[in-house]
Design a protein around this ligand. Structure first.
Ligand SMILES: CC(C)(COP(=O)(O)OP(=O)(O)OC[C@H]1O[C@@H](n2cnc3c(N)ncnc32)[C@H](O)[C@@H]1OP(=O)(O)O)[C@@H](O)C(=O)NCCC(=O)NCCS
Length: 356
């Protein structure tokens, strides 16, 4: 008999982005300042990455603060208040506490309690993972309004003396509110991961290795951890700085990510010429150019180039770039944008969205 019993009803509805907000830290760091840390040049950094300046948050401003500001602006843009939010999905890799999730604190600060709140760790692809979750939560009826935040304070985890990362990483936050709509405003997400390349972008040492360096414990297992920690970063201060194999990530992004973006277009039934904007993760201007070429995007499609003065803000880069295009009036409200995030994992996610 139980086979005939129904467990509630699942409302069938669509989802769309209702508002976007951004937090850009006030402190601007130019390439000349970076070159006081590492042996490099303004010309090299511009040519190899497209970055002219980046922004770093003040020491006392954390991931939660930046997320709160961007989220409050997204809510205001959507004409909603904290109490309207049913779930907060916060993508980050730089909240400096293992637990609790930054999302719960942000929800509380916004007056969104008792919204469900959790963090997503998918590197620079985190925000697009959040959009996938937010859209499905709304479509499935689990939530009415979902706040999706991408936020990172990579300056806390950047070794300013590391010649392969010091010029790239930056801080910021971007947020969107996703809610119900009659027409589909968020296309199917194409996503995935390749943990076989987990070493390509990672923390230099684990929290355990850090502890063992600070206060070595007795025992063979602890000794092994300490040995591994020393081997991982022989001359470095004990801190989980981000390290990356630049060339490996560059090649993977250039060759693997354009096909993912194309699959997201195909899944949405949208052609390149239908797009108003392409908003890829802001990792490197040369990667963006290569993707534009492979996707054969016509000149009518605006290309987000927030990287020039924001650097690589990881999970924040896609919503920040989206916000910029709208704020500058470069794309119309209601236009179609192709989003793609990719990074540590290695992980990636892409989808077509209708802009708020
Ligand atoms: C990091 C990155 C900009 C480096 O550019 P690259 O062209 O791969 O640089 P390489 O490491 O091959 O080095 C090329 C040359 O520049 C030099 N170089 C490296 N770092 C330098 C620096 N900071 N300043 C000046 N010169 C530098 C190297 O010594 C090398 O010189 P050589 O040709 O005389 O040997 C690039 O690999 C990149 O953007 N990768 C992807 C990063 C990324 O997207 N990460 C996040 C993903 S979420």
């Amino acid at each position: 008999m139980s086979g005939a019993v129904r467990i509630g009803t699942t409302p069938s509805r669509q989802a769309r982005i209702l508002g976007v907000g951004a937090h850009r830290p006030p402190r601007v760091i130019d390439n000349a300042e970076v070159c006081t840390w590492i042996d490099s040049s303004d010309e090299w950094i511009r040519q190899r990455t497209g970055i002219v300046t980046r922004r770093w948050a003040a020491p006392e401003v954390g991931v939660v603060d930046m997320a709160e500001d961007a989220a409050a602006k997204a809510l205001a843009a959507a004409g909603l208040a904290g109490e309207d939010v049913d779930a907060v999905v916060l993508a980050t890799v730089s909240h400096p506490y293992q637990t609790p999730a930054a999302a719960a604190i942000v929800a509380d600060r916004l007056g969104a309690t008792p919204a469900a709140a959790f963090d997503v760790s998918a590197g620079c692809a985190g925000f697009c993972h959040g959009v996938a979750l937010g859209a499905d939560l709304v479509r499935g009826g689990t939530a009415g309004h979902v706040l999706v935040v991408g936020v990172d304070k990579l300056s806390d985890f950047t070794d300013v003396h590391d010649r392969s990362t010091a010029f790239l990483f930056a801080d910021g936050a971007g947020a969107v509110v996703i809610g119900p709509s009659e027409e589909a405003g968020i296309g199917p997400t194409v996503w995935g991961s390749d943990g076989g390349q987990a070493d390509a972008i990672r923390s230099k040492v684990s929290w355990l290795q850090l502890r063992e360096r600070e206060a070595p414990a007795a025992g063979a297992a602890a000794e092994q951890v300490a040995v591994e920690a020393a081997a991982a970063a022989p001359e470095q201060a004990p801190w989980p700085y981000l390290e990356q194999a630049g060339q490996t990530v560059f090649r993977w992004a250039v060759w693997q990510m354009a096909p993912v973006a194309q699959r997201a277009l195909d899944a949405a039934g949208v052609r390149a010429e239908d797009l108003d904007a392409f908003v890829p993760h802001q990792a490197n201007a040369r990667i963006i150019d290569a993707m534009v070429k492979q996707l054969k995007l016509p000149e009518s499609v605006r290309i987000a180039r927030d990287i020039v003065d924001m650097g690589n803000t990881s999970a924040a880069s896609v919503p920040l770039a989206m916000e910029r295009l709208l704020a500058d009036g470069e794309v119309p409200s209601g236009g179609l944008a192709l989003l793609i995030g990719y990074g540590a994992g290695l992980s990636y996610a892409a989808q077509v969205v209708r802009l708020p």
